[in-house]
Design a protein around this ligand. Structure first.
Ligand SMILES: [Zn+2]
Length: 225
């Protein structure tokens, strides 16, 4: 009988998947939030609330060290697993934030179609899709990136601002009036991408806010545009 039990146990282990690996490092077993303890510690998660040009903003972790590394891997190495894990984190955090209770829509920051083709996916859309697994809010896809802007990293703040002027457009057929729109992006750096889209949504009667997985150091110090 013992031999049979051992054999059955071995078969079970073979057929039943063990705890899936961490969605960020892929090495250690994940906790229910989707990542392992070591990754969660390395991200140094701290929920920050502040505002950019009067629009409320929220973010999970600093864009440095492991946090910066994760964002880069997500964007430039096809990190869909990372995007889905961070999206789930954002959904869990947003669900607990009283200031976000009235949000009507998630607005992923769009990529220009040429950039989308090059990268194969828009990480902000994946973030929104996986936010929805923890926090049910519809995703709005009535926003277009109308100008192909150069990669923002490496540009001065003034150049970024110039680069983003009229970079977005809203498609007809959707009424933004009085809608609380939560703009979703992977990282807030200078804040100009967010401010540019937020202003446009406000012009159309919406009430923009922002949520970002990561933030650069300046936003830890209450920096304003
Ligand atoms: Zn991990």
């Amino acid at each position: 009988m013992k031999a049979l039990r051992d054999w059955w146990k071995a078969l079970e282990q073979l057929l039943l998947p063990a705890t899936p690996p961490c969605g960020l490092c892929g090495e250690y077993p994940r906790l229910p939030v989707g990542a392992c303890r070591a990754c969660l510690d390395s991200l140094a998660i701290r929920w920050e609330r502040w505002d950019v040009q009067g629009y409320p903003c929220f973010s999970l972790f600093p864009y440095q060290g492991f946090g910066r590394d994760i964002i880069h891997r997500m964007k430039f190495q096809g990190g869909l697993e990372i995007a889905s894990t961070l999206g789930f984190f954002l959904g869990l955090a947003a669900r607990e934030e009283p200031q976000l209770a009235q949000v009507d829509l998630l607005v992923p920051v769009p990529l220009h179609p040429a950039r989308l083709q090059q990268r194969g996916f828009n990480q902000t859309v994946i973030l929104c899709q996986y936010m929805q697994t923890a926090w049910k809010r519809p995703v709005c896809d009535f926003v277009l990136r109308t100008r192909r802007t150069e990669t923002q990293s490496g540009l001065s703040s003034a150049k970024r601002k110039h680069n983003l002027r009229r970079a977005f457009a809203l498609l007809p057929g959707f009424d933004f009036r009085k809608k609380r729109c939560l703009i979703v992006d992977d990282v807030i750096t200078s804040g100009h991408t967010f401010a540019s889209l937020a202003q446009l949504i406000e012009e159309y009667g919406g009430q923009p806010m922002g949520i970002f997985a990561a933030r650069t150091e300046r936003w830890n110090r209450g920096y304003q545009l």
